[in-house]
Design a protein around this ligand. Sequence first.
Ligand code: EPU
Length: 440
Amino acid sequence: MNDLLMVHGGMPLHGEIRVRGAKNLVSKAMVASLLGESVSRLYDVPAIRDVEVVRGLLELHGVRVSEGTDGELVFDPSNVERANVDELNVHAGSSRIPILFCGPLLHRLGHAFIPDLGGCRIGDRPIDFHLSALREFGAIEEKTPEGLHLTAPGGLHGTKFELPYPSVGATEQVLLTAVRAEGVTELRNAAVEPEIIDLICVLQKMGAIISVHTDRVIRIEGVPHLGGYTHRPLPDRLEVASWACAALATHGDVSVRGARQVDMMTFLNVFRSVGGAFEVDDSPNAGIRFWHPGGELSTVALETDVHPGLMTDWQQPLVVALTQAQGLSIVHETVYEQRFGFTDALVKMGATIQLYRECLGATPCRFGQRNFLHSAVISGPSKLHGTELEIPDLRGGFSHFIAALAAEGSSRLHGVDLINRGYEDFEAKLDALGARFERI
Ligand code: EPU
């Protein structure tokens, strides 16, 4: 299929769409199924490429995966086996999830091979925290040109470990390893994003004993056996925010079915401060309606942070909306060191955005002294005009879409298939919201 989309901007988005289970929980819950001795069932799984990649990896390890109706996936892990390195390498570079197979494979097979990782290029994205945690549990790693080989000759044992930074992935690594390690694990400075809490719910359903304490401490009592789970994931709050910002930037009105207020509270505060309007529907067909109420949008000063702060993945779509606010907005990115690359394209479209190496926010962050362009000043409102765009990464790419929809004239977007990594049926959703676009 052609990877190029022509988007005709200037039309407000109007209508209703539905989001499914969160990409950043679903993929981890799929990995967790490897730990069980019986069948697991996950509902509301979005048809996105990250899910296909994890499914492929599970199948290569002998997990039988079947599909039910309406996004149900069933995992049968009764015949987990060592996978062929060459076959696994087909998935090299396609996602960051494979690193989370370490603990489950070490428990099941005593050995793990992890192909080289992929994921969005939004910073260095090292795996040092993952590897130090695995070593603490008793794993030994060997890096080869093909990827990473791990063994645990003395078995995996509970440990006390403090993360240098509350990394989402490293916290998941510890959870997925500690649940079946011998003894107790205490993780300090853990990430507590809603997706992590939902993963803990999945593991608890399987038989794990995990308690979350104040001050980012998670305690896990290892158990020798885990069963399967049946789980309906939390909705994709990253996708919800993307559509909310698209509604705001295009002067539109979009109802997002499946969205939940409790997952979105920090975002909703910012959305309201900028001048956006929203209405929460708590009925069984729940959702949130987002719209531009007319008048000028207001500027804000924002800092991204770990939960319960403003998510880094909400930053890019918000920046597009802020190009339409009256005056100067400041955004300080404290989670990833290179998450403003996507703004070059916005500037090409007519936005006024200046990037800074300094921390332009109250919190000095890890990147302040290290020469990274990680603060942005956005001056608006700017009339955006259509142009030629190359999708750089998942969230930045969706933000280019939003800009193209808000702009006057047409834009040609190259590399749009990258959006399928994390946004289910995004073209059908754009269609449902009245956007004008075509594949060329
Ligand atoms: N970090 C290290 N060493 C490590 C691990 C992380 O230095 O071993 C650093 C990272 O470089 C980054 C920071 O810690 O500066 C936070 O990274 P984290 O580990 O929290 O991120 P992640 O687990 O790789 C997940 C999501 C991201 C989301 C972040 C933050 C998945 C698959 N990805 O990434 O989502 O931005 O948490 O919430 O869950 C996306 O969906 O587009 C996406 C990028």
